[in-house]
Write a new protein. Structure first.
Length: 503
């Protein structure tokens, strides 16, 4: 049986642009392993063309009225809402996650579009009148210019929407470099923005690999770079873009811990651990990948997690019965499996081994089952590395203090959670834990759109978290204006070379 391989190109200056570099990347359907699409990989010249389109559009978009911008964003929001199923279908086809999970991704992206629609209140400045005689001082915020977003494969719709709605609402123009593994959702979003009336060049999509990324990082006309991905690449993005004079927010990897105290509701904790570790096949930077069981609850908690994990239905994202889909590529599947296969030799107890899993009728898909490792030492690779797959490590701690110290010793500090009925313990934890996002009986504490998302330590490079107030500040620059208007009744006072007086 043969199938047609479609071609995906760029979106530059308000229209689809075919790739001209001669370089292409394969896009597979993770459920079948079949190559369904080939994606153009941009050259330096094509990258420059996208930036040039954004720069040209900034000349007028940067001075456009707030009313014009929000009107377009409201139209875009309505279109996005109406087409959320279409975008979810594209995510399922190229990423592999189940349809309900893909719909959830679009819904979380919509939250940031909502925030952008109401950007007018976020951009109100400050005014102090009569700071000196007839002198007023105003603080305003203005757009920075052309901004780039470099986004990962695991949320091909949501993560770009963490960035571009606020960027364009505040008057910037945008070049998106999505993951080459699932490029189609970004082009559908570009079409909807155009349908909403966004002027050509304000939003551009550049498909590509490191060639395009490195050119964006050094391009003199790119003022700011937003990134979400692994820690090594986040560090490279931050170092390179900063050296080229750009402002950078680079969100890196994670090893999110869930601390379970002896007084916790263990059924709720087990439900949360399974949902947070195995949802989206563990391909989330906010996945819980390490449970720290305190005191005597470990054995019972592990058994409850195992019972639930064994019931999870794995299958194609197009099957409504599927609760978890395949991994993004065969190479990533094999890498995730290697952590489980090597776990016993590193002192872990392998409670569930999902490495031999396959789905009947889809044997060539990138399948892996759920894996659960217990009594994991902190020296094990499965604990030290961000696996980005459905592997849950359980560690044991004798006390709250010991568990906290274990979490704080991690080089990552993205998200964390505590499960307890003790308000005092929860309060201590949220103040003492070294992580940017904390959940109290909430396993995946992703903030709502009007608060900001970001980690600490090796999970964030740069000073700004993404979206919320931090997002508005990242995409704007402050300016202070001091004004003195003489009263109409005053005659000119002549030249005064003395130091300006405030009183």
């Amino acid at each position: 049986m043969t199938h047609t391989v479609k071609t995906v190109g760029h979106w530059i200056g308000g229209k689809t642009v075919e790739g001209t570099s001669g370089n292409w990347g394969p896009v597979t359907d993770p459920a079948t392993g079949a190559v369904t699409t080939r994606v153009a990989l941009a050259s330096v010249e094509e990258t420059d063309a996208a930036v040039a389109a954004a720069k040209a559009a900034f000349a007028t978009w940067g001075t456009s009225s707030l009313a014009q911008r929000t009107t377009i964003l409201f139209r875009f929001r309505a279109l996005l809402d109406a087409h959320r199923d279409d975008i979810a279908d594209l995510i399922v086809a190229e990423h592999g996650k189940v349809h309900s999970d893909a719909l959830g991704e679009v819904a979380r992206g919509l939250e940031i579009v909502d925030l952008a629609c109401g950007i007018t209140t976020q951009l109100k400045g400050e005014l102090s009148t009569q700071v000196s005689n007839r002198v007023d001082v105003a603080s305003i915020r203005q757009p920075v210019g052309v901004v780039a977003g470099i986004t990962p494969f695991n949320f091909p719709a949501m993560v770009p929407m963490w960035m571009f709605p606020i960027a364009i609402a505040t008057g910037n123009t945008f070049v998106l470099k999505p993951s080459e593994k699932d490029p189609s959702p970004s082009l559908r979003i570009a079409e909807l923005l155009a349908e909403a009336g966004l002027p050509d060049g304000v939003f551009n999509v550049l498909q590509g690999d490191r060639t395009a990324v490195d050119r964006l990082l050094e391009h003199p006309d790119v003022s700011a770079v937003s990134f979400v991905g692994s820690t090594p690449i986040a560090r490279h993005i931050h170092t390179t873009a900063s050296a080229n004079g750009k402002r950078v927010q680079a969100l890196g990897g994670a090893k999110n811990h869930m601390l379970v105290l002896p007084d916790a509701d263990l059924d709720a904790a087990a439900d949360a651990a399974v949902s947070a570790a195995y949802g989206s096949a563990g391909e989330r930077c906010m996945a819980i990948s390490a449970v720290v069981a305190v005191g005597s609850v470990g054995d019972e908690l592990v058994e409850k997690i195992r019972e639930r994990a064994e019931k999870i239905k794995i299958g194609p994202g197009t099957d409504p019965a599927s609760e978890m889909g395949p991994l993004i590529t065969a190479a990533h599947r094999d890498k995730v499996a290697s952590y489980v296969r090597g776990a016993a030799d590193e002192g872990c107890e392998v409670v569930l081994d999902g490495t031999g899993y396959t789905v009947e009728g889809h044997e060539d898909g990138h399948w892996i089952g759920l894996s659960l490792l217990d009594h994991v030492p902190t020296t094990a690779k499965a604990y030290r590395d961000e696996i980005f797959g459905p592997v849950l490590c359980v560690l044991r701690a004798g006390t709250y203090e010991e568990g906290l110290a274990l979490i704080n010793a991690s080089p990552f500090g993205n998200g964390t959670a505590i499960f307890t009925r003790d308000g005092g313990a929860a309060r201590r934890f949220q103040l003492e834990v070294e992580a940017g996002m904390v959940g109290v009986n909430v396993p995946i504490p992703v903030p709502v759109g009007y608060h900001s998302f970001g980690g600490w330590k090796d999970s964030l490079f740069g000073d700004h978290h993404v979206y919320g107030n931090d997002g508005v500040h990242f995409y704007t620059r402050g300016k202070v204006v001091t004004t003195r208007w003489p009263d109409p009744s005053e005659a000119p006072t002549g030249v005064d070379l003395g130091f300006p007086r405030n009183h």
